[in-house]
Write a new protein. Structure first.
Length: 231
C-alpha cells in the first residue's frame, strides 16, 4: 500500500536498538546522524567496511560484506538500509546486483533470523523486478526478496534523483538529471523531481520508529509532500 508520509509515532520501547546499513553513504550517513541524536534510541549499530567516528551509543562492527557473520548485534528492534552503488562504480552488472540486491537480502535475512521486526529500504522510483531497465529490475528484485521475508513491518522508500550531495564519487547521469531538473523546475511532475537526501533519511528514520505494521510503499511524490509539509 502507499504511504502518505504522515507516520503515527509512538514512543519506542525502552532500550530501542536501530541498525543502519550503508551508514557511510549519502542517505545512510544522514540516517546515522538522526539516530545518534534521537533520545528515543538507546543503541545504534552500524556495520561498515571501514571504521567510523566513535559515539557513546554507537556499535561499529567493521566487516567484509562478502562474508557477513552471524553475530549478536544483528538482534535489533529495527533496521534501515541505504546500501547501494552504481554499475560504473561496481565494475559490472553482476557486481552491482551483488551489492544492491545480494548484500541487502543477506543482511535482511540475518536481521530477521535474529529477531528484527522492522526493515526500511531506500529503493528507487520505478523499482520493478519485471522491468527491462537493469537498475530498476535489480531494485525490484531486492524489494521482492524482502517482501518474502515476512517482517512485521516493511517500508520501501522509492525516491527519484537524490539531491543534497556532494557524493564522494562522480555520478555523471545523476548530475545531468539534477541539472535538467533545475532548468525545468515545476514543469517536471512531482514524482520525478529530485528529492533531498535529508528528506529521504528523515522518512526512513520515522518509519523505523513508527508503530505501523505490514507493507508500506513511500513513492517519490509522497516524499515531495513530506518535504513541503503537505498532508
Amino acid at each position: 500500500m502507499a504511504l502518505n508520509c504522515t507516520l503515527t509515532m509512538q514512543p519506542p520501547p525502552p532500550n530501542f536498538t536501530l541498525l543502519i546499513l550503508g551508514a557511510t553513504g549519502l542517505v545512510g550517513s544522514q540516517c546515522l546522524k538522526l539516530a545518534l541524536c534521537d533520545s528515543r534510541i538507546s543503541r545504534v549499530i552500524a556495520p561498515t567496511r571501514h571504521p567510523i567516528p566513535a559515539h557513546p551509543k554507537l556499535i561499529n562492527p567493521v566487516l567484509d560484506f562478502e562474508n557477513l557473520p552471524e553475530a549478536d548485534w544483528w538482534n535489533a528492534d529495527a533496521a534501515v538500509c541505504a546500501l547501494g552503488t552504481t554499475i560504473n562504480l561496481a565494475g559490472s552488472k553482476e557486481a552491482f546486483r551483488k551489492v544492491d540486491a545480494g548484500y541487502v537480502m543477506t543482511s535482511a535475512r540475518l536481521l530477521r533470523d535474529a529477531g528484527c521486526a522492522r526493515f526500511v529500504l531506500n529503493s528507487s522510483l520505478g523499482a520493478d523486478e519485471r522491468s527491462r531497465n537493469f537498475y530498476l529490475k535489480v531494485k525490484g528484485e531486492a524489494e521482492a526478496g524482502l517482501m518474502s521475508m515476512n517482517f512485521k513491518a516493511l517500508t520501501l522508500v522509492r525516491p527519484s534523483l537524490l539531491a543534497g550531495g556532494p557524493r564522494p564519487e562522480r555520478r555523471c547521469g545523476e548530475e545531468l538529471g539534477l541539472w535538467l531538473a533545475r532548468c525545468l523546475g515545476r514543469l517536471i511532475p512531482a514524482k520525478y523531481r529530485p528529492v533531498q537526501t535529508s528528506t529521504v533519511a528523515a522518512v526512513m528514520h520515522e518509519a523505523a520508529l513508527s508503530e505501523r505494521q505490514g507493507l508500506s510503499i513511500i513513492e517519490s511524490g509522497d516524499l515531495q509532500n513530506y518535504s513541503t509539509g503537505k498532508s
